[in-house]
Design a protein around this ligand. Structure first.
Ligand SMILES: C[S@@+](CC[C@H](N)C(=O)[O-])C[C@H]1O[C@@H](n2cnc3c(N)ncnc32)[C@H](O)[C@@H]1O
Length: 409
């Protein structure tokens, strides 16, 4: 686990009543500042077991393999199912994520009778790959496995799908995981799946011509797992999968940056999904997937909205979008008596957040954060954490944004 500046912890772990463990700023932070760089405890593929993709990734670092590269090597046992950028990725992986048990287990899952049980069940195939990585971690790195077990998530968080749990556990048992101090049990499998459900981050495919980005791999990050959720977050996370041109050593690290200045002692929160989702959807996802009722400032305001107002968030393109007309109606001075000092209507005080921090590219819905400050001076360039777009961010008054309702400055 690593934090932003060399040797300096910019966030500290604390306990907040009703929210569990949380990360708070241990000093004041400047907009765009990197407060955390985190490497995964474990990583696993988001692709189905038998995928027919035109391109492949390194099974160790998940970098795209270029067909013209002469350094690509494969696992001698499962050959083209596990390719690696170069011999060092291969040798690292053979003693860690692609141990002989993982290799044999994935090979068995790709064939009957295992595959038959998982056929057309994409989600179960991904969960099976997670469980193989997790039971492998228990053997190759017991202390990291212990950290995984200490993360939030109890079997009860899995909901009522006991059939999937039984199926996945019986698959794992029949793959005979190697002996570890933790054993193999239905309770452990259920606990692991709950940790995964609550804490996994998706590493996205870089945006290409497709309108939607897909997930390439999932990772569980020891420190980033402590960020709580807010529907108007003050930080967002970036990954730079396949990036070549950055000061960025790992392909699978995640980097968290603050959106605006944050004072010492403030909790740092991410949004667990795109910020444009409407109130009812956010509440449902947070309750179903994360087991809590969100009472953030934005939810308090939107809980008073009528169904029609909430629905407007979901109109246009048939998606979960804040449509352009809606922006105009609510943001430009309309002479409404509920306007506050910033010219923002009283029933939509977070309008500035959307203008300043939501990517306006079609179907993107990413969050914009300033590039890291240089010598303490905030950058005027905003970077989208989904599409990577860079845009000049000074058209909107930053003080008005920070001063608007629900934002900590
Ligand atoms: C990724 S973990 C975050 C760290 C967690 N608080 C812990 O103690 O490890 C997600 C869990 O934190 C809790 N949580 C996150 N955001 C919250 C919020 N805004 N209000 C209450 N609980 C929250 C929920 O239990 C959720 O399932």
């Amino acid at each position: 686990m690593s934090t932003g500046d060399a040797g300096t912890k910019l966030v500290k772990l604390t306990e907040i009543q009703g929210r569990g463990r949380a990360l708070v700023a241990s000093q004041s932070l400047t907009a765009g500042q990197v407060l955390l760089r985190d490497s995964p405890l474990l990583l696993y593929s988001a692709l189905p077991l038998l995928h027919h993709h035109s391109h492949h990734y390194c099974s160790n670092c998940f970098r795209t393999l270029s067909s013209s590269s002469s350094s690509i090597v494969s696992c001698s046992s499962c050959s083209s199912h596990a390719l690696f950028c170069n011999p060092s990725c291969l040798s690292l992986s053979l003693s860690s994520s692609h141990s002989s048990w993982v290799c044999q287990s994935l090979s068995r899952l790709r064939n009957p009778p295992f595959l038959t049980r998982l056929e057309n069940r994409h989600e179960l195939q991904i969960q099976a790959q997670f469980l193989i990585s997790a039971y492998n971690l228990a053997v190759i790195n017991p202390s990291n496995f212990q950290i995984l077990l200490s993360l939030q998530g109890q079997p009860t968080d899995l909901g009522s799908d006991s059939d999937s749990l039984s199926l996945l556990h019986s698959l794992i048992e029949s793959l005979s995981p190697p002996q570890s101090n933790f054993g193999v049990s239905l309770q452990l499998t259920a606990a692991l799946l709950a940790k995964d459900k609550i804490n996994a981050f998706g590493l996205m495919e870089p945006l290409n011509s497709k309108a939607e980005r897909s997930v390439r791999a999932y990772g569980i990050y020891p420190m980033a797992s402590f960020f709580n959720h807010d529907c108007l977050p003050n930080a967002c996370r970036f990954d730079y999968v396949d990036a070549l041109d950055r000061d960025y050593p790992g392909n699978v690290e995640i980097i968290v940056r603050v959106l605006h200045d944050v004072e010492q002692g403030r909790e740092i929160c991410l949004s667990y999904f795109p910020v444009n989702l409407k109130y009812s959807e956010r509440q449902k996802r947070l309750l179903d997937d994360y087991g809590f009722v969100c009472a953030c400032d934005r939810c308090k305001v939107e809980s008073n909205w009528s169904d029609e107002e909430d629905e407007v968030m979901d109109e246009d393109d048939g998606g979960d979008s804040l449509d352009d007309d809606y922006d105009d109606d609510l943001m430009v001075g309309s002479g409404n008596e509920n306007e506050n000092d910033n010219g923002v209507e009283g029933d939509f005080p977070h309008a500035y957040f959307f203008l300043k921090f939501m990517c306006q590219r079609e179907n993107c819905w990413g969050t914009l954060a300033p590039l890291p400050p240089s010598e303490g001076v905030t950058s005027t360039i905003m970077e989208c954490n989904v599409c990577g777009n860079l845009k000049k961010g000074d058209e909107i008054d930053g003080d008005a944004v920070a001063g608007s309702f629900g934002m900590d400055n």
